[in-house]
Design a protein. Structure first.
Length: 66
């Protein structure tokens, strides 16, 4: 069985959740982001990319150098 090497991405919350719809707030919380300017590292999967696409106006994504 061969294992595929998945990269990692850094996700940073850069905009406040005040006035943002509840559905988008839940997505940000599911990404593990609680406060402004906090960074979480996730595996670069299609499900994480889909979540980021929904809230791309609130976060910054950076490819991790690992």
């Amino acid at each position: 069985m061969s294992k595929t090497k998945e990269g990692t991405i850094k996700v940073k919350l850069v905009r406040s959740l005040i006035g943002i719809p509840e559905k988008q707030r839940r997505i940000v919380r599911a990404l593990g982001l609680r406060k402004l300017n906090k960074i979480r590292i996730h595996k670069d999967t299609s499900s994480i990319r889909g979540m980021i696409t929904k809230v791309n106006h609130l976060v910054i994504v950076e490819r991790d150098k690992k």
